[in-house]
Ligand binder design. Structure first.
Ligand code: MN
Length: 230
């Protein structure tokens, strides 16, 4: 604790890194909206192919995989969104898509929990999405696999099971904006830094969870993500 701080400094949220006892400290959480055409369609939206768009979650929304969490407050319609997550390990500003891979430390399975009813109300009133997206335990993250362990991003399947039923099933190559495209685009607006996470959007098949729901998400080659709602 810093001697000149009013109260104990909040602990930096962190996540396990496979193959090491070191942990990955989380700085910021960027999330991409509508990055799979079939999911955009199921939400009644068209894909904007001119540029990706983003929302953010607080680093303190992070929830390590394998926990049982209480059903989120203030919602009657909390949805799972299975996502491929990139963890940045180097800084970058105004980088090209060709330079972007050098920023990436690793990859992980993540779940973007969403209070869909609050998000829908915000959309309708043209208000920000924060109440729908940025809340405690809303950014679930599995242990990170180093980028050097994965040859190419694209052929991997991304899947989510809700109470053992397969509800989301796609390929990472279905993403409209590739990870290098996203990193390059984001770096025009932010000085990207080690500790930044990017949730790259969810495939079709999103749906509601209930108290007692068990979620298991998989991406080929990565450690799976688990969540239980109590
Ligand atoms: Mn999402």
């Amino acid at each position: 604790m810093s001697a000149d701080h009013l109260f104990p400094t909040p602990e930096t949220p962190s996540v396990e890194i496979l193959g090491t006892s070191l942990r990955f400290p989380v700085r910021r959480i960027f999330c991409v909206g509508r990055n799979y055409a079939a999911h955009a369609a199921e939400m009644g939206n068209e894909v904007d192919r001119e540029a990706p768009f983003y929302f953010t979650k607080s680093a303190h929304a992070l929830c390590p995989s394998g926990q049982a969490i209480p059903f989120p407050p203030g919602t009657q319609d909390c949805h799972y969104e299975m996502e491929f997550v990139a963890a940045l390990g180097a800084p970058g500003f105004e980088v090209t898509a060709e330079e972007a891979p050098a920023l990436i430390f690793g990859y992980a399975c993540g779940i973007d929990l969403t209070r869909r009813d609050l998000q829908a109300a915000a959309k309708e009133k043209r208000r920000p999405w924060d109440l729908g997206k940025d809340f405690e335990n809303s950014a679930i993250l599995a242990p990170i696999t180093r980028a050097t362990e994965i040859a190419d991003i694209g052929p991997q399947r991304i899947r989510l099971y809700h109470n053992d039923a397969l509800v989301q099933d796609a390929l990472l190559s279905d993403m409209i904006w590739s990870l290098p495209d996203i990193v390059a685009h984001l770096s025009r607006f932010y000085h990207l830094s080690p500790g930044d996470l990017i949730y790259t959007g969810t495939p079709a098949g999103v749906g509601p969870v209930r108290p007692g729901s068990v979620l298991k998400g998989e991406i080929d080659g990565l450690s799976s993500v688990h969540l239980e709602l109590s």
